[in-house]
Ligand binder design. Structure first.
Ligand SMILES: *Cc1c(COP(=O)(O)O)cnc(C)c1O
Length: 345
């Protein structure tokens, strides 16, 4: 990469071996179910997450949309976080295309939705009310700093789901970051979940794509809906070839990104102009804030860092989000800290 880009892990380029695998990929028509590389990716994704079947989709947004449309009918209600990606950043797709009601609960600082609030949000059998159909969680929870939701919590929500005859979907865009941070098996982490999407294209470096996994019957339904939203693609094995490397190799190195995030956070914590809660840096995201005394705003500092080849995401007047990924190497961390120090002093 030609700059140090911390704005997101979505900016990561495919790795050299991904580009090679893409060039060599065997392909077929995936709408006919004939792309061998896609079929291999879908089977491998399902196996890794402990579910029956998988479906390649164009993006995480499409994965969540297809999943929620498959789980819910018009007028049904989905319980999800008020700071969840699906509620805030997916263009209102579930309402626009599915007539599905979002019932939001406040995302807690630890990324969870309180269990008693979930129980309370489930509608009773009453003709005045929408029918609660689905609970949707996000793991890691991005907007609170990439916080992983641990297995006991996932299992507890799974139990509430079952008690109430509902289904549980997980937006696991960064589920492998969660499993890495929690040092647990990813299939174990989502054992209580009915369906889950994860992104091949973020920290896992593939150029595009997500995979939705769940039961074979659910995936059959989801495949039809993917076609409906224009997501039936043809010789898409070229993307799956990169996706297989993402799944098989890149999931094994995420601890490096987490380590780099920690080094960055610890360096930032040394700067008197910066406020940061180190306990909240648990995966590949670093949220930090400029103190009043810094005498510069986040957008202004962003501009100055940009001039030095360092790209970062300002959040409001004082906040920042920095995300580590494969293309942020260990030697970049002191470079970033030095640049920051220079601009702040
Ligand atoms: C990135 C992301 C998605 C999907 O984003 P796309 O850009 O559509 O791939 C969904 N959920 C979360 C939490 C994300 O971070």
């Amino acid at each position: 990469m030609n700059c140090i880009d911390l704005r997101s892990d979505t900016v990561s380029w495919p790795t050299p071996d991904m580009r090679q695998a893409m060039a060599d990929a065997q392909v077929g028509d995936d709408v006919f179910g004939e792309d061998p590389t896609i079929n291999q990716l879908q089977a491998e994704a399902a196996r890794r997450l402990g579910k029956e079947a998988g479906l390649f989709v164009a993006s995480g947004t499409m994965g969540n949309l297809v999943a929620i449309l498959a789980h819910c009918g018009r007028g049904d209600e989905v319980i999800l976080g008020d700071k969840s990606h699906t509620f805030v950043y997916e263009a209102g797709g579930i309402a626009a295309l599915g007539g599905i009601m979002p019932h939001t609960l406040p995302v807690q600082p630890d990324g969870t939705l309180p269990l008693d609030m979930i129980r309370h949000a489930v509608r009773p059998d009453n003709i005045h009310m929408p029918i609660t159909r689905l609970i949707s969680l996000e793991n890691t929870q991005g907007t609170v700093g990439g916080i992983p939701l641990p297995k006991p919590y996932m299992d507890a929500v799974g139990a509430v789901t079952k008690e109430n005859g509902l289904t549980l979907h997980v937006d696991g865009a960064r589920i492998f970051n969660a499993a890495t941070a929690l040092d647990c098996d990813v299939a174990d982490l989502v054992a209580a979940v009915d369906s889950i999407t994860f992104c091949l294209s973020k920290g896992l470096c593939a150029p595009a794509g997500s995979v939705l996994v769940g039961s074979a019957a659910f995936i059959d339904k989801a495949r039809r809906i993917r076609k409906l939203v224009g997501g039936g693609m043809r010789q898409v094995g070229v993307l799956a070839a990169a996706g297989l490397i993402a799944l098989e190799k890149m999931t094994l190195r995420l601890h490096e990104d987490h380590h780099h995030a920690r080094l960055l956070a610890e360096g930032l914590a040394q700067m008197p102009q910066i406020e940061i809660d180190l306990a909240r840096v648990q995966t590949n995201m670093v949220f930090f804030y400029l103190r009043e005394s810094a005498g510069i705003t986040a957008p202004a500092l962003t501009k100055k860092l940009g001039a030095q080849g360092i790209r970062i995401m300002p959040m409001g007047e004082r906040g920042f989000r920095a995300v580590t990924h494969y293309w942020i190497r260990a030697e970049h961390i002191p470079q970033i800290l030095n640049a920051m120090q220079k601009e702040l002093s």
